[in-house]
Design a protein around this ligand. Structure first.
Ligand code: ADP
Length: 479
């Protein structure tokens, strides 16, 4: 479970959500604490005002405090606060009077408070409980305001009011607890459960694809993955996998077909050889008969060698390794070489070979980047076919034109429309009684096409039965 993407996504979700939630809660808490502290000071200030109003100084300079007003003003406070401590000082800072609960204690007064008050300001200070040896107030810190009271433009008395911040601290600690001990963990727990469920739902279709894909194997290449209805990422994933399966299936099938065809092709000459050997063995033979057999055996062996060479060439094509086309090859030289090699075969078949080069063609425009042996193989196959499928007395024309392109035209049997679509496939041989005596493997054009592709050239054919065929190899001009 812990290694699943679902788990990891849930954890990531909870962590990122948790960080956001913590940041949000912290901001919420600090803003709230700040507001409460401000409110606290505001009420402290109001309370000091009320107490100040209840104080009067008579002509003898005695201080009188209106107790009723003080009691009433207590309502101004929003909290049930504990004791409030009041101290009244002379402008010099000497204690004049103090609330009973202070006993012998005195509210603190130092130079900084004094300086503020003397200049007519209110001085707020917090006196922490911790570190005070004998603190007289009940619990928590003490928040104290010192207020200067003026009469006739002169500072008359300093009023100090101190209140324990316990109520405020408690309220903040409640807020802290409910936010960080309950709110955040509970929300994260819910987010985790929700995230797990959501991730599960999101991964459900993927799991279905995994289960379906597990059922597919090399033996069951025709099966396909179910396509989800929505055209989303998962739909595209299924589609892509199915397309990959299509390609795999066709690659497997053509491989199978290739092996079957290759075996068949290899078997034919061997069967012929074997049959001839058996006939030969059945009774004593004359020298002429042995000679005739050796000739026929050599021919069959030649055929076998050609098939094997072609198969090796196609295996090289199938390996997918790109060819290293380093050399600069002159097409006219290559074609001329091939024509020379095929001359005796043409003479044997009584076919005339004619090679022409377009008039206005500069010699250097016939250069291509490629492999001279492979290109010779390509033209050999085309010209050899043209001779093979021509009748005695016909001509095969080979022409080099700008592009550069090489055209091989014959006036022989031609190719039927339905064969035309397949002649570049491996082992495809047109079925025609008139041609059954023409020997071939059905691999020549497949190899020619591969060589053309590897050179970035296109190979096309125009053909009509009984009229002849024209094969054109078009190279892309060099940059
Ligand atoms: P093959 O060894 O049979 O000639 P190829 O791959 O060279 O194999 O050619 C495939 C098929 O295409 C041939 O069997 C033949 O039917 C047809 N073909 C190829 N070239 C010609 C041509 N010049 N004229 C007529 N048919 C041709």
């Amino acid at each position: 479970m812990f290694s699943t993407l679902r788990f990891r996504i849930t954890i990531l979700y909870v962590v990122s959500f948790g960080i956001t939630l913590l940041a949000f809660s912290a901001v919420l808490y600090f803003v709230n604490a700040r507001n409460q502290a401000d409110d606290f000071d505001k009420f402290l200030y109001n309370r000091a005002q009320a107490i100040a109003r209840s104080i009067s100084i008579n002509v003898q300079g005695e201080i009188e405090i209106n107790q009723a007003l003080i009691a009433e003003s207590g309502k101004l406070f929003p909290f049930q606060f504990g004791n409030e401590y009041i101290e009244i000082r002379s402008p010099e800072g000497k204690s004049i009077a103090r609330s009973k609960n202070l006993g012998k204690n005195s509210l603190p007064m130092d130079a900084s408070i004094n300086a503020l008050v003397q200049s007519g300001n209110y001085a707020f200070v917090t006196i922490p409980a911790a570190g005070q040896l004998h603190y007289f107030w009940s619990e928590g810190d003490l928040r104290m305001v010192s207020v200067p009271l003026f009469a006739g433009g002169r500072l008359q008395i300093i009023l100090q009011l101190g209140v324990s911040t316990r109520a405020l601290d408690q309220s903040l600690s409640r807020l802290r607890n409910s936010l960080f001990l309950i709110g955040v963990p509970l929300t994260l727990l819910l987010a985790g459960v929700g995230g797990w469920w959501l991730a599960g739902r999101a991964f459900d279709p993927i799991n279905r694809i995994i289960v379906a894909a597990q059922k597919l194997g090399a033996e069951r290449l025709d099966a396909r993955l179910p396509m989800p209805e929505a055209d989303d990422e998962l739909g595209r994933l299924s589609k892509t996998l199915n397309e990959m399966l299509d390609r795999l299936e066709s690659a497997f099938k053509s491989q199978e077909r290739f092996i079957a065809d290759a075996s068949h092709e290899l078997k034919t000459p061997i069967t012929v050889l074997k049959g001839e050997l058996e006939v030969l063995k059945s009774q004593p033979r004359s020298n002429e008969e042995y000679k005739a057999f050796v000739e026929s055996a050599l021919e069959e062996l030649g055929r076998l060698t050609q098939i094997i060479e072609n198969l090796l060439m196609l295996a090289r094509a199938d390996s997918g390794r790109p060819l290293k086309l380093r050399g600069d090859v002159r097409l006219d030289e290559v074609v001329l070489g091939v024509v020379g090699r095929l001359q005796s075969f043409a003479t044997q078949s009584q076919v005339k070979l004619a090679m022409t080069i377009a008039d206005d063609l500069p010699a250097d425009s016939l250069g291509v980047r490629g492999d001279p042996d492979l290109l010779a193989g390509l033209f050999f196959n085309l010209i050899h076919n043209a001779i093979k499928y021509s009748a005695a007395g016909q001509a095969v024309e080979i022409r080099l034109e700008s592009g550069p392109c090489v055209i091989v035209r014959d006036h022989g049997t031609g190719i039927s429309a339905e064969d035309l679509d397949h002649i570049f496939e491996r082992f495809h041989r047109a079925e025609s009684p008139s041609r059954s005596e023409v020997k071939g493997t059905g691999l020549g054009l497949a190899i020619a096409k591969w060589i053309a592709d590897a050179h970035g050239a296109s190979i096309s054919v125009i053909s009509r039965p009984a009229e002849g065929s024209t094969f054109t190899v078009q190279f892309s001009s060099r940059p």
